[in-house]
Design a protein. Structure first.
Lengths: 551, 326
């Protein structure tokens, strides 16, 4: 859930790009594209007919500037976008979250769901010239990430053993089935780091952290703090003739208006996540030199909600939370505050995530129903029409969240719930939410493709942990929900898993532990000369090995 | 002259005492803000557990009692060590040294330009008081002073970068161009134009207004009449008699502002993506990067104290009647 904050349907090209990726992986790309028939078959116009050309530098934005590019130690959004070109995971994922090769060429899962075996690419080298092998994967997943990476720790602690069967084969044996395991190998979830540099060292203090050594198609050339990060082609990349680009330069541009100007003037050819404020998007969309897409965020699949502290009365009463849900118009929020970016959610699971079920209790805007629920609770309006007063602390992540806070104050005020807005900065917000010192706040979390990885953590009672962010900070507890999430995480049969997740979604949508506001989408703007960028579910964070610039 | 040296020495001793007080106060001030760097980093990562935050706190030394942290910090400062930024994994001094040149080239250029243009315009307005030139300068100064600095920056950038395409919109140099020597200087100079003008306009306005007001006051004094009666030329009266006496308040204000040059200008550096200290300070606040923030505070405090001493010396030079009090 990196805090950065992005859409063109690529459905037209999806079939093509997927095929393209495999062809590229096999090194057959040029051959495939050279066949005139191929181009003729593809409906998408000009782009498909062009042959990739080598050379050129892609300019993009990195904002905010990351503290380090050592992806294993820091998974902040901007770190991922830049370091995703330097480091690699075993897998990447297509738009439907189906695993695709990255460092692993192929993989098998045993029928009992307990053994995952990955075959690695041959001839892969670290940027310092040392060979990459299965030992690096074993070190990264069993030692390095277990020590420093909270998300990976939660996943790899489920392993009974992690072994190198030979130099290019790694076997993960699980203690019990965990079908979401295959979704956990993308570059930010499990970046593979060099054992020869980190083994036996103090990972966080290793001097090599300032000069990241990965296996990816690009290497770090220069990082001028406060100004730019320059990546250059890895000439020894294991896929022949890739990457196409000479390099990628990420510029640090702290002011949102200046970032828009940079795209407008063509000084950068790509913006992502929250580089541009949503209110700039309608204007930028009309620029002749760029295209807008909201795809490429399927893996993170952010969900925004009103986080409600159940320890505070009357917020502990689900009728009150339902009244809040009825009082607000989420279509208005999507259209007027996020300027059309995103989807109105139905329940706890983002609709692009696996096992999403739309058949749940939904809350259409209805101030009357809200008032009826408040009446039922005995919360009658006083002389000023106020039934209850709540404190709302909007997330301090930019103008849009502040506007959302103002809208919520208006909307809740109309049904007699007075809202006191509290302001804070990022550090203060984190401190207060983690320590349950809030009444209502806005928040958004990434769902990482599978409910077991990114949804359950918010609602299960075993994850009520004071002082830790992104846990069940509401204090919500329902034994049935705990049981269903637990069963589903261990269920090998996809049909049964779906039933369990469907049931938990129905329960949650009725208990309403939080009020879901928006399935967020981020805008990615790409200059029309940039080809093949943003083709997978991790979008701009992928390697960009086959991205090229038209002359 | 001996008296002067004595004074200078006593000022330095006082300054050192003030500095220590500043360091201790700053230390408690930054730690009073809610949240800590470990929490910020957990927030940015989007995932956290107890171990993650505990590891960071231990590494940053935040698990120690506050007085112990203060002791460690002051101990290091006395030895000239500004500490270590755990967030950036680098010594604070390295981080500051990297950002300082960019800030100084921006603020010093803007400061000198503003001072020269401001005093010149203010003098012109005072000499031509009541005429259209005076009105034009007064209005310009008022506008430059009252308009938000980031707005002027964005508008200049829109006009000269986007519309006309003459100047780069942001940045310190052309990335990847690999210029050296004179070509590099020219490249930085081109990037410098917009931010310097934006920043200078604001300062210039205050100098122009101050110079004009001060000159009008001095102009009416008896010794100016005497000078006129002696038959001195207008230009000699303005420069030698009026301006020299009117410049003192300008020096006072300039002295105060010069002390802040090292602090940079957060707004200008943000709008023009200038890799300076001002932005570093702002980010350090948000990230609770205590050591970096304290380092910037310290360097800025030292500069303010030094410039105050310098201003006092300058008074004596401009106006020999001002005697250094014993």
């Amino acid at each position: 859930m990196t805090r950065r904050l992005s859409g063109i349907p690529a459905s037209l090209q999806r079939g093509f790009t997927r095929g393209f990726h495999r062809a590229a992986a096999a090194g057959l790309l040029a051959a495939a594209l050279a066949i005139p028939g191929t181009a003729a078959l593809v409906a998408a116009p000009a782009m498909a007919q062009e042959t990739p050309v080598r050379g050129g530098v892609l300019n993009s934005i990195v904002q905010p500037e990351p503290p380090t590019l050592m992806l294993g130690l820091n998974q902040q959004g901007p770190t991922q976008t830049v370091a995703g070109k330097i480091y690699q995971g075993l897998l990447t994922y297509d738009r439907k979250l189906t695993p695709m090769p990255s460092l692993a060429e192929s993989w098998t899962v045993s029928p009992d769901g307990l053994t995952y075996t990955f075959k690695l690419y041959q001839n892969v080298k670290w940027h310092d010239g040392k060979p990459f092998s299965a030992a690096d994967v074993v070190f990264s997943t069993s030692k390095f990430l277990m020590e420093v990476h909270p998300r990976a720790r939660a996943v790899f602690s489920r392993c009974e053993s992690i072994k190198a069967l030979d130099d290019h084969t790694v076997e993960f044996k699980l203690k019990e089935p965990f079908p979401a395991f295959i979704q956990a190998f993308e570059v930010s979830s499990a970046p593979i780091v060099p054992a020869h540099i980190y083994e036996g060292s103090d990972y966080r203090a290793n001097p090599a952290n300032t000069t990241p050594i990965g296996t990816g198609p690009f290497k770090l050339k220069e990082w001028v703090k406060g100004s730019h990060i320059q990546l250059v082609r890895n000439e020894d990349y294991y896929k022949k003739d890739l990457p196409y680009l000479d390099g990628i330069t990420f510029r640090v541009i702290p002011d949102a208006a200046s970032r828009s100007l940079a795209l407008e003037s063509g000084q950068v050819q790509q913006t992502q996540y929250s580089d541009l404020e949503p209110f700039e998007v309608p204007r930028m969309k009309t620029l002749p030199n760029v295209t807008l897409t909201t795809e490429g965020y399927e893996f993170v699949a952010p969900m925004a909600w009103l986080e409600i502290n159940h320890r505070v009365k009357p917020l502990d009463d689900k009728r009150f939370r339902k009244a809040i849900a009825y009082a607000i118009d989420r279509k208005f929020i999507r259209d007027k505050i996020w300027f059309g970016l995103g989807r109105v959610p139905t329940g706890p699971v983002n609709s692009v995530v696996k096992f999403y079920d739309p058949k749940v209790t939904t809350y259409e805007p209805s101030p009357d129903k809200a008032k009826a629920l408040l009446d039922e609770m005995g919360l009658k309006p006083d002389a000023k029409g106020v039934r209850a007063t709540v404190k709302l602390m909007p997330m301090p992540y930019g103008e849009t969240w502040t506007r959302l806070g103002e809208y919520l104050k208006q909307a809740l005020g109309k049904v007699g719930v007075a809202v006191v807005l509290e302001s804070t900065d990022a550090a203060g917000w984190a401190q207060r939410v983690a320590n349950w010192d809030y009444e209502i706040t806005t928040n958004f979390l990434y769902q990482y493709g599978d409910p077991a990885l990114g949804v359950a953590r918010t609602y299960i009672s075993s994850n009520i942990r004071k002082g830790v962010l992104f846990t069940n900070t509401m204090g919500y507890s329902n034994p049935k929900v705990d049981e269903l999430f637990d069963q589903a995480s261990r269920e090998n049969d996809p049909a049964k898993r779906q039933e369990q997740y469907s049931e938990v979604q129905r329960i949650l949508s009725d208990d309403l532990p939080v009020v879901w506001l928006l399935e967020m989408e981020f805008p990615t703007f790409l200059d029309k000369r940039v080809k093949n960028a943003n083709t997978t579910a991790i979008g701009v964070n992928d390697t960009y090995e086959s991205v090229w610039l038209a002359k | 002259m001996l008296g002067f040296a004595q004074l200078f020495a006593s000022r330095l001793v006082k300054a050192a005492a003030i500095l220590i007080a500043i360091v201790v106060m700053n230390f408690f001030l930054v730690h009073a803000a809610p949240g800590d760097p470990a929490m910020v980093m957990a927030g940015e990562a989007g995932a956290a557990d107890e171990k993650f935050v505990a590891q960071l706190r231990e590494q940053f030394g935040l698990d120690r009692p506050l007085y112990e942290q203060l002791g460690t910090y002051v101990g290091k400062i006395v030895q000239g060590d500004l500490g270590f930024s755990y967030r950036q994994q680098r010594p604070v001094w390295d981080i500051l040294a990297e950002r300082l040149p960019a800030t100084l080239v921006l603020t010093l250029t803007a400061f000198l330009l503003a001072l020269a243009a401001g005093v010149a315009l203010g003098t012109l307005a005072a000499v031509a008081v009541g005429t259209w030139a005076d009105s034009a300068i007064t209005v310009l100064a008022l506008l430059a002073y009252a308009t938000p600095i980031y707005w002027i920056g964005l508008m200049l950038s829109l006009l000269f970068s986007i519309q006309l395409g003459w100047l780069p919109a942001f940045g310190y140099e052309t990335i990847g161009a690999g210029y050296t020597g004179l070509a590099h200087v020219a490249d930085v100079a081109v990037h410098l134009i917009l931010p310097v003008i934006t920043l200078a306009l604001f300062y210039m306005a205050s100098y122009a207004r101050l110079t004009r007001a001060s000159m009008l006051e001095v102009r009416g004094l008896d010794f100016v009449k005497t000078a006129k009666a002696k038959g001195l030329t207008q230009s000699r009266i303005v420069t030698r008699h009026v301006l020299r006496n009117a410049i003192l308040p300008v020096i006072t204000v300039a002295g105060i502002q010069a002390g802040q040059l090292v602090g940079g200008s957060i707004l200008i550096e943000t709008v023009f993506a200038w890799p300076g200290i001002g932005r570093l300070a702002f980010e350090a606040v948000l990230q609770r990067d205590y050591q970096v923030l304290l380092g910037i505070f310290l360097v800025t405090s030292i500069m303010v104290i030094l410039f105050n001493i310098l201003t006092d010396i300058l008074y004596g030079l401009v106006d020999p009647r001002i005697q250094v009090s014993q």
